[in-house]
Ligand binder design. Structure first.
Ligand SMILES: Nc1ncnc2c1ncn2[C@@H]1O[C@H](COP(=O)(O)OP(=O)(O)OP(=O)(O)O)[C@@H](O)[C@H]1O
Ligand SMILES: [Mg+2]
Length: 300
């Protein structure tokens, strides 16, 4: 196949898609696709086109099965190719309230030329999972999302070999199985990876970065901990808790401002857990704030 032929076949496929080929019984001619007759005749000889009509004044073609296959194959290949563009950081983490320094750190790590892996550590309900979700949303195909407790059938190794992601997001890192953890240890150091099962080696083209979350640091091996920048997140202090609760109740739970404020003020000093506020918010329309807090047993 000559250079540029595939592009011509793409153009032809685009033309055919735009036409009702039932009506074009005599096929299309060089005038339709604006490709030189001699070139079409060569593509025909190579088997990429079918000749459906021929007279002195008109030669009608159509893409052959081989031609269609080639176009379809190239299209899926292009579609599978994971973009090497950096992950867009604009508006990233817009739905997370506060945690400004964590946002800044993660964005810098996503944009850095060489990888810095980050582990978000800390007690429940601090938006750790939300951070991973937001990155996944922005990264699309460029990210692989794993939850440590849900062992992937394919195994981390094969997933990475197949998808060649820029980022691996791992929630509940402490629960990841031994095989995936071993694979991760070698991937995080970059370079050459050996695929245990098939004994094959593979070079990673993209420097791969890992962003993970866990609330049980002591479960991680020292060598795994050492590969991460461990960003410890602390429970919300009272003013932060109020801001986060109000924001979550209004923006994510669609409560009105007044009710959100009432719940936040009422929980101030009783709870540090945003999930408590969400539960109260969901029951308050039926029970009222006081009763919801009492029945849920919050604060004692
Ligand atoms: N700063 C915040 N901004 C927005 N939402 C928040 C924030 N902090 C907590 N939340 C809300 O709290 C809930 C829990 O968040 P998330 O699941 O991300 O917590 P987590 O840190 O992963 O907790 P766990 O360790 O239990 O998995 C979510 O509903 C989330 O919307
Ligand atoms: Mg979580």
């Amino acid at each position: 196949m000559k250079e540029g032929d595939l592009e011509l076949l793409f153009e032809i496929a685009k033309f055919e898609d735009s036409q009702n080929m039932e009506e074009l019984r005599m096929g299309w001619s060089w005038r339709h696709v604006r490709i030189w007759p001699a070139t079409l005749s060569r593509l025909f000889k190579d088997g990429y086109l079918e000749n459906v009509f021929r007279s002195n004044s008109y030669t009608g073609y159509r893409l052959s099965d081989l031609g269609k296959k080639l176009v379809a194959g190239a299209a899926t290949e292009a579609g599978n190719e994971v973009s090497s563009e950096p992950i867009p950081a604009d508006g990233l983490f817009g739905d997370i309230i506060g945690h400004e320094d964590v946002k800044e750190l993660l964005i810098a790590c996503l944009l850095a030329e060489k990888p810095v892996h980050v582990l978000l550590a800390g007690p429940p309900a601090l938006a750790k999972t939300l951070f991973l979700w937001d990155i996944e949303r922005a990264a699309g195909e460029r990210a692989i999302w794993l939850v440590g407790s849900a062992t992937s059938k394919a195994g981390l190794w094969d997933l990475v070999a197949e998808r060649q992601p820029q980022v691996i997001l791992i929630d509940e890192l402490d629960k990841m199985n031994a095989a995936d953890t071993a694979a991760l240890l070698s991937m995080m150091e970059g370079g050459r990876l050996v695929r245990a099962k098939k004994g094959r080696e593979l070079d990673l083209f993209n420097p791969l970065r890992v962003i993970a979350a866990s609330n049980r640091l002591h479960m991680l091996s020292p060598e795994l901990r050492s590969r991460f920048a461990i960003r410890q997140m602390n429970p919300y202090r009272r003013p932060e808790y109020l801001t986060v609760v109000k924001g979550v109740l209004v923006r994510r739970e669609n409560l009105d401002q007044e009710l959100a404020e009432e719940i936040a003020n009422r929980l101030d000093g009783l709870s540090q857990d945003v999930r408590d506020a969400v539960r109260v918010g969901r029951l308050a329309p039926q029970l009222g704030v006081e009763k919801a807090i009492k029945l849920l047993g919050i604060g004692g």
